[in-house]
Design a binder for this molecule. Structure first.
Ligand code: ARG
Length: 458
């Protein structure tokens, strides 16, 4: 009965269902390369400090190289009775190199080891997510540049409000994903601190050099309190919160894509490779990818709630509860990266239908504010102008036309002070071009923002 690494203390083997219940190797083997990197840095430090011999360190290095290639080749035999990734790798190391393998765990615990592994692994994933966010921004900026002069109705309350450039609309998402990238960078700085050296919870009696380990692993700092180091999962929660925000942005974009693709709206079409058909209705082409992205947003929000709940009742320091941090974290990364990668490809495949956008913008009197603004510039108080234009809108409605389609004579029946000068301002182009200031929808501003983003993303 010496299957478990800690079993000498016990008089009977762990029950089969308990073994399965407590084991994490089925999912935490994903941390294997981070685990090996952490072990190599630890062994290097132990040798430099004279805690293990140089020969032991060389043997550990050799053994780990072999284990790495076994894992890469899919030949490593993961054993559930060895509980987790850490004990599996350590057992294999000892089988390969003997006593030197048994000395690797000197001055270390799985508690600081697992915290180190997750941080190392997550740091790499954050970098991949940041790169993919930037690729998505690139795709949106490219489309925005093509669509700077395309006009669609901007909505409030999902009702026609004012005409906007479609490029401007797309750049709104570029802003959101830009904040997401900032949040990822900010979160990375707190992920990137080394817990190793905290050992089980109190530190260790060996003369360790934590700064050396931090340097070797590319950590930007060392955790300053051993109790906090092994029990802190703030970094995982922060990351998941940042991921949930990205997904929320993707979900809003998805909702718009789905709406725009609806036949009654018809603003865009999506490339066939992102849609699926129906088993009964031969004509169907459904926007499954945006729908699923919208749906998967719920999973990531759920993981955030799950992790917060996981931590809220835990006394210091490490508790086995923490093993439950991994699956939500892994699924968050997988869901987010898959979704972002698909959208990087989906965006250039958006087929824009400017005529439908234009027709929609010409229903709903989208340029009424422009008429009011013109009256104000002639000296009228804004509230009076607002009321007069409301009458003009009712007049247009009674004639069955959009405000922008009124002739000057028709307009003058309600707004006697109207002149030739006002008509161009009531066109879609006139309205959009007039909003020519930082952050406005005028095509020249859209082009300036495209240029700014191109420089920033380069
Ligand atoms: N598999 C464990 C985890 O995921 C590693 C740490 C276990 N430590 C312990 N004392 N049981 O958190």
């Amino acid at each position: 009965n010496k299957t478990e690494a800690w079993s000498a203390r016990f008089s009977e083997p762990v029950a089969a269902i308990v073994q399965r219940y407590t084991a994490s190797v089925g999912f935490d083997k994903r941390l294997a390369f981070a685990d090996i990197a952490g072990s190599l840095a630890h062994a290097d430090m132990l040798a430099a400090q004279g805690i293990i011999s140089a020969d032991d360190e060389a043997a550990i290095r050799r053994g780990m190289a072999q284990i790495k290639s076994e894992i890469e080749a899919g030949q490593f035999e993961w054993k559930v009775e060895l509980e987790d990734v850490h004990l599996n790798i350590e057992a294999r190391l000892t089988a390969l190199i003997g006593d030197a393998g048994k000395r690797l765990h000197t001055g270390r615990s799985r508690n600081d080891q697992v915290a180190t592994d997750i941080r190392l692994w997550l740091r790499g994933e954050i970098d991949a997510i940041t790169d993919t966010l930037k690729a998505l921004q690139h795709a949106l900026v490219a489309l925005a540049e093509q669509q700077a002069d395309t006009i669609l109705p901007g909505f409030t309350h999902l009702q026609v409000a004012q005409p906007v450039s479609f490029g401007h609309h797309l750049l709104a998402y570029v802003e959101m994903f830009g904040r997401d990238a900032e949040r990822m960078a900010d979160c990375r700085a707190r992920v990137n601190r080394l817990p190793l050296g905290a050992a089980a919870l109190a530190g260790t009696s060996y003369p360790i050099d934590r700064e050396r380990v931090a340097r070797a692993l590319g950590f930007e700092g060392v955790s300053q309190n051993s109790l906090d180091a092994v029990s802190d999962r703030d970094f995982a929660i922060e990351f998941t919160a940042a991921a949930a925000l990205v997904m929320m942005h993707i979900s809003r974009f998805s909702e718009e894509l789905i709406l725009w693709m609806n036949q009654s709206v018809g603003f865009i079409d999506l490339a066939d490779r992102f849609c699926t058909g129906s088993s009964i209705m031969p004509q169907k082409k459904n926007p499954d990818v945006p729908e699923l992205a919208r749906g998967k947003t719920g999973r990531v929000t759920g993981h955030l709630m799950g992790l917060l709940t996981l931590m809220k009742g835990q006394p210091l320091t490490y508790n086995k509860d923490n093993q439950e941090d991994k699956e939500p974290l892994f699924d968050t990364v997988d869901t987010l990266l898959d979704t972002l990668r698909i959208f990087v490809d989906l965006v250039p495949g958006i087929r824009v239908k400017p005529a439908a956008m234009r027709a929609a913008a010409l229903r709903g009197h989208a340029t009424a504010t422009d008429l009011a603004d013109w009256l104000v510039k002639q000296g009228m108080a804004f509230r009076d102008a607002h009321e007069l234009v409301a009458h003009a809108v009712r007049h247009a409605d009674s004639l069955g036309v959009d405000l922008s389609a009124l002739t000057l004579a028709q307009l003058r029946e309600v707004v006697p002070q109207a002149t030739d000068a006002v008509l161009p301002l009531l066109t879609l182009e006139g309205s959009v071009a007039a909003r020519n200031h930082l952050g406005g929808t005028a095509p020249v501003q859209v082009r300036a923002q495209v240029a700014r983003w191109k420089a920033q993303l380069a």
